[in-house]
Design a protein around this ligand. Sequence first.
Ligand SMILES: [Fe+2]
Ligand SMILES: [Fe+2]
Length: 343
Amino acid sequence: MTRALDTRTLDTRTDRSGPPLPEPRGPLSAAVVDALRGGPVRAVDVDHADPYGDDLQLALHCCYELHYRGFDGADDELEWDPDLLRLRGALERAFLAALHTDVEPSDDVDAEVEALLVEPVGPGVRGLSHHLQREGTLAQLREYVAHRSVYHLKEADPQAWVIPRIGGAAKAGLVTVEHDEYGSGRPERMHSLLFAEMMTELGLSDAYGAHVDRVPGETLAEVNLMSLCGLHRSLRGASVGQFAMVELTSSPGSERLVRGMRRLGCGPAAIRFYDEHVEADAVHEQVVRRDVLAPLLAAEPGLAADVVFGIRASLLLGDRMQDRLLGSWERGESSLLRPLPAG
Ligand SMILES: [Fe+2]
Ligand SMILES: [Fe+2]
């Protein structure tokens, strides 16, 4: 009986149908959405768009989603449409150019990793997990989870693109971590599923893509960087850097979120996702340093600058997202473009 119930739950959560197309936020995203509806790919002015802005980031998000689940009503073959790929290339060049302008270059991966492992301490530390641990409201926690759902409902998929692009010990190490992200052979332990269960507990829709129209460009940009680095072999070093940044910093932040959720009275099904990451990512931190970064750089030392770029670009975009959320909350406003339904 229990088994049948479990299977039904998993069936609904593994529904592979695509989400509806998002609402465009300007000429770039309108061009992509119209093309996904079957129209021609219009010429658009990418050069004068804000590379971090809502319009460009939503346009990129829509292009990338063709490689994951696609969209309801969009032809799956558009994934390899030359005109759409050309437009995606222009969007990517604008995004990457901005990141290269804003990220200080370095090829000292060891120093970068050491810096990541130093946790800022003290009561005045500003950060999303610090805020949610100490004083965030349940409404803010629900918003935070809605933002994060753009990534976590497809957790570890963007990083899976890099597997065929690296080799030897680094590949084996990365797959070890990915194996855990996908539940180590137990579908009920997949991190994307644990995240979906948390959403349900918090009274949020866990449908894939359900919150895309609510989240700002800052949120989309973080996930777009993962897809961008994953989909380009030339950016495999940056992809591993982005992956390392998440695994090296997630454990303490997850612990703060667990404490915050307990303070807010959330139940075990809600807390399980972050609870799982406290221990899992403490282990992943070691695996990433010893079994991914070290062999990757031994095999391809020329990737060091790209690894640091991946780390620093992720940090930059994470800071931008954090500023957006905390700034909104400090002003007493919602951080979302559209309100969430009541839980
Ligand atoms: Fe995870
Ligand atoms: Fe992890």
